[in-house]
Design a protein around this ligand. Structure first.
Ligand code: HEM
Length: 504
């Protein structure tokens, strides 16, 4: 009897796992074969391959189709290849794909629930508006002196380091993470840190704790990436309780400060609080949790993405001496023409710097994919002349495989080569629309584009002006391998570079 019940339970469970596996076959749409329990993402589940890299490999297997299906464990989902369709999904037909597929239960994970990225509907609109009005071009420009001052602190640190420990390499992403943390803490939170002198300050520690997760945190994060419904069902969190506690501690300090001094309209963070939370100008109706959520947004959405790009940019500049020589010539010329000091405009006017920046965002974008959820029924054109149009049902995950598009030889010749020359004015105009999505596009385009661009360009100009950067010996002939266990793009190996002071 017990044996029969056991067999029955196993059969029910097995049917539950596989009953959707015929989905793409019945729709006559090419798809990646599923494997029991894992669906089409076994290598991701096993921690062997980054999901962005796996989707790139699938993308190349399905030649000459505009999209194809796969299974996100047991759920059918879709990967869109055609840049025209990509544009429609993220821009023109946004209303059918208004949400990112990364929503958590606010009871389980109150910090992530505060993040614009995972928000939906009116709450998303309101908070997104708060972010965009806190980070306008004008507000970011007004941070220029602050950003520069923090770059000077880094330059002094690097000078001391090269004097005391010549040829001792530094990790490029970690260096940038320290700098961008100090910039955000000062220009946005209105506090002071010197992460070069005090690498264990509260803000740096939050980022470290978030990325150095325990085994259980790791499983939670992974489940949210592949099956948010399961994460919510199991009561898992994307932001662990430990990180939440650390955030709440610093949030308390920020709230107290604002209660004493009031909100400053010119400060991006205060602006966010005014537009996003505060109901009238006299009251301070935001909670410590609101503030903790915002701090997390700045540290994770803002600082770690920018630090990743900066680390790879420095690595690519060190690995390509001809790029470095050309970039330095442009930077030196700009300093010369502007009396030895650059303004915000001068930094934006440097064309080659922008080309190096864009090429870094193409090859080393922190976001390897965009993951949308269908929010309104939508019809995709037939995959082939023999097929019918496909009705995307509400709730289906739609993947925009950014990394695959950015490294497709159809759109970028010799895609693995770091070649800023593809971003000349003429080169840019020839890039297929929808195939290059540095900061995303449409109503969910990155709200931090300006801030990221400014802090990256200013800091790289500073470094290249003052130092020659070289790959540390262990980096030579050691191509980048993408870390499968971090959802943003990170290298498995550290990005070691050495700094050599220039005589100016
Ligand atoms: C080089 C650095 C950065 C890169 C490459 C980057 C890239 C992106 C991308 C690709 C998206 C998704 C867009 C989409 O889904 O269409 C995004 C969204 C977002 N980014 Fe950034 N980002 C960077 C820096 C920043 C900074 C500095 C901030 C804020 C301080 C920020 C805040 C956000 C937020 C809040 C969203 C969600 C927007 C929404 O869903 O409405 N990012 N970013």
């Amino acid at each position: 009897m017990y044996f029969l019940i056991f067999i029955y339970v196993i059969l029910v469970f097995y049917t539950f796992l596989v009953w959707k596996y015929k989905y793409w076959q019945t729709k006559k749409i090419p798809f990646v074969q599923p494997q029991l329990f894992f669906g089409s993402i076994k290598e991701v589940v096993q921690g062997k391959t980054h999901f962005g890299v796996l989707f790139r490999d699938y993308y190349h297997k399905f030649q000459s189709v505009p999209y194809f299906g796969y299974f996100k464990m047991r759920e059918p989902a879709i990967i869109v290849k055609d840049p025209e369709l990509v544009k429609n999904i993220i821009i023109k037909d946004f209303n059918s794909f208004a949400n990112n597929d990364f929503q958590v239960d606010p009871q389980n994970d109150p910090i992530w629930a505060q993040n614009v990225f995972g928000q939906t509907g009116e709450r998303w609109k309101k908070n997104r508006h708060a972010w965009t009005s806190g980070l306008t071009a004008l507000k970011v420009k007004s941070m220029y002196d602050d950003i520069n001052a923090k770059c000077d602190v880094m330059t002094e640190y690097l000078k001391k380091h090269t004097e005391n420990n010549p040829n001792e390499p530094l990790e490029a992403r970690v260096l940038a993470s320290k700098l961008f943390t100090d910039i955000i803490v000062s220009s946005v939170f209105g506090m002071e840190t010197n992460s070069f002198e005090d690498p264990n300050n509260a803000f740096i520690n939050i980022t470290k704790s978030f990325f150095i997760s325990t085994f259980l945190d790791g499983i939670g994060t992974y489940i949210f990436m592949v099956a948010p419904w399961l994460g919510n069902f199991l009561g898992l969190r994307f932001v662990s309780k430990r990180v939440e506690n650390q955030l709440m501690e610093v949030a308390k300090i920020l709230v107290e400060k604002r209660k004493k001094l009031g909100l400053q309209k010119t400060n991006p963070f205060d602006n966010l609080l005014m537009n996003g939370y505060k109901k009238d100008s006299a009251a301070t109706e935001f909670s410590t949790l609101d503030v903790a959520g915002l701090i997390f947004g700045f540290l994770f959405d803002g600082t770690e993405t920018s630090a990743g790009v900066s680390g790879f940019m420095l690595y690519a500049i060190a690995a390509n001496p001809e790029v470095q020589t050309k970039l330095r010539a442009e930077i030196d010329e700009a300093y010369k023409l502007n009396g030895g000091k650059l303004s915000h405009e001068n930094v934006y006017d440097m064309q080659y710097l922008d080309m190096v920046f864009q090429e870094t965002l193409r090859l080393y974008n922190p976001a390897l994919i965009m993951q949308r959820l269908c929010t309104k029924p939508y019809t995709l054109p037939p995959v082939s002349t023999a097929a019918k149009p496909f009705q995307v049902p509400v709730g289906m995950t739609v993947i925009i495989p950014m990394y695959a598009l950015h490294t497709d030889p159809k759109y970028f010749s010799e895609p693995e080569k770091f070649n800023p020359d593809r971003f000349t004015e003429e080169g840019k105009s020839n890039i297929q629309k929808g195939a290059y999505l540095a900061f995303g596009d449409g109503p969910r385009i990155c709200v931090g584009t300006r801030l990221a661009t400014s802090q990256l360009k200013i800091s790289i100009s500073n470094i290249i002006r003052n130092f020659e950067v070289r790959l540390a010996p262990q980096m030579v002939n050691n191509p980048i391998k993408i870390d499968p266990n971090v959802f943003l793009m990170r290298s498995v190996d550290n990005l070691w570079v050495t700094f050599h002071k220039r005589a100016l």
